[in-house]
Design a protein around this ligand. Structure first.
Ligand SMILES: Cc1cc2nc3c(=O)[nH]c(=O)nc-3n(C[C@H](O)[C@H](O)[C@H](O)COP(=O)(O)OP(=O)(O)OC[C@H]3O[C@@H](n4cnc5c(N)ncnc54)[C@H](O)[C@@H]3O)c2cc1C
Length: 402
């Protein structure tokens, strides 16, 4: 590696920017395969740190973590088995095939970072501001050299911005807070769809410790938002209180954040710079869930990086990561993209709720599409179609013409 101005550059096999779920999972994936690798995990924050989120942890996240030896990420927290979906007068409450967890990110992310450090990663507080390609690798801020770099630095990724071939995709904006759990919301995840730009919904996720994570988010139409950033905090809170009355008055710790939604086709350039999680633009456009994609693509990035280093070809890592992620999520992402377009129509949301109320299969398939790596199957399509038809046929009669 060529030092730019003659100063010392420290050199690492793998540098990961961002120590959220994607970054910690990258370190775990790399070190599970090659424990001797020199891995540096950088984050601008000290851990534990808060992250604005609904805190919902899908069971798929735990499957991925178990594959890299982490089996205690949810210890001490209560699993939830009931999910309620509603819009206007339509409502369904169903039992989840597999439980979900609601764990504050301050706790969950710090646990993953601890496991990554225990596996051998070096954690350092450092805000990366410049990424430069040089002969033989990448240099960060003129000081830190990497043979392979993974950008896991979230929705406003500096590493992604350094890859000029990637454009920014669609976004949502959401706010979350914590409020005491009323008896009526205990033991469940509640999602209530709104009527602004879809996806738009309010949620109340019981943490099981007396507090509930409450929030509201909606799609950002960058052409219509005056500041191109999305709705104001006042609008987000007003929508939350309208959809789930009483959530705002008792809440605190309000924070809002952008969600980079996944599109029809996922992109990853060739070369030694890989992306994972939000930095890779991977949030489910139907539901806003991103932790599963973050840990799944993180582990894949870590494994791919370690393989490419073993083979002495770091610059082959980008193409290998693209193919691994597309192999795991490619079809699913296309299906969620289609589903997110369809659910912009309120009649489709209503049909889904009706169909999920009638069929456990439809309910389970919608959950799988929203939380994990599900697909739009023929049976799900059939269920939705019959929900749509029954909605049309059970509409109140039009007033007669006089
Ligand atoms: C309001 C809201 C609700 C959500 N609810 C859910 C939910 O219930 N379930 C779910 O699965 N997903 C949810 N998501 C999505 C989820 O939060 C993200 O998909 C997830 O955090 C992605 O993890 P990550 O590791 O890619 O990024 P992050 O968790 O954002 O981590 C990125 C890390 O990079 C660090 N960083 C950033 N820039 C730099 C820099 N320049 N230098 C060094 N470090 C840097 C940050 O400090 C941070 O620690 C929600 C998102 C929002 C906004």
């Amino acid at each position: 590696m060529t030092p730019p101005h003659g100063e010392q550059i420290e050199s690492w096999d793998l540098v990961i920017v961002g120590a959220g779920p994607a970054g910690a999972a990258t370190a775990l994936g790399a070190l599970a395969r090659a424990p001797g690798l020199r891995v540096l995990l950088l984050d601008r924050a000290d851990f534990p740190r808060d992250k604005c989120c609904g805190d919902g942890i899908a069971p798929h996240v735990l499957d991925v973590l178990a594959s890299v030896g982490v089996r205690d990420a949810t210890d001490g927290w209560t699993p939830l088995r009931r999910l309620e979906l509603s819009r206007d007068q339509h409502r369904v409450t169903g039992r989840l095939a597999r439980p979900v967890w609601v764990i504050p990110r301050e706790v969950f992310d710090a646990r993953l970072v601890e496991r990554a450090v225990a596996a051998g990663a070096v954690l350092r507080r450092h805000r990366v501001s410049e990424v430069r390609r040089v002969d033989g690798g990448i240099v960060l801020d003129d000081r830190i050299g990497a043979r392979i770099l993974v950008g896991a630095d979230g929705a406003h990724s500096v590493v992604r911005s350094s890859l000029s071939s990637l454009s920014r995709g669609c976004r949502a904006l959401a706010i979350r807070g914590y409020s005491p759990t009323p008896e009526t919301r205990r033991g469940r995840q509640i999602i209530r769809y709104g009527d602004r730009r879809q996806p738009s919904y309010a949620w109340a996720f019981d943490r099981g410790d007396g507090l509930t994570n409450v929030g509201y988010g909606e799609f950002v139409d960058e052409h219509r938002s005056p500041d191109r950033g999305g709705p104001t905090r006042a609008i987000l809170l007003e929508q939350l209180d309208r959809l789930l009355p009483g959530s705002v008055a008792d809440g605190d710790a309000w924070r809002a954040h952008h969600l980079p939604l996944s599109g029809w086709r996922w992109r990853q350039p060739d070369g030694p710079v890989l992306l994972a999680g939000d930095a890779a633009g991977l949030i489910n456009p139907m539901t806003g869930e991103g932790i599963y994609y973050a840990v799944a693509t993180g582990v894949l990035a870590g494994r791919t990086a370690s393989r490419a280093l073993d083979a002495g070809s770091p610059s082959a890592a980008g193409a290998a990561h693209r193919s691994a992620v597309r192999g795991l999520l490619g079809r699913h992402l296309k299906h969620t993209w289609v589903a997110s377009r369809l659910t912009r129509l309120p009649v489709v949301v209503d049909a889904g709720i009706r169909a999920a109320g009638r069929s456990q299969h439809v309910f389970d398939s919608l959950v799988e599409l929203g939380l994990g790596d599900g697909r739009i199957t023929p049976r799900l399509t059939g269920g939705l179609a019959s929900g749509l038809v029954s909605g049309l046929t059970t509409r109140p009669p039009l007033p007669r013409r006089r």
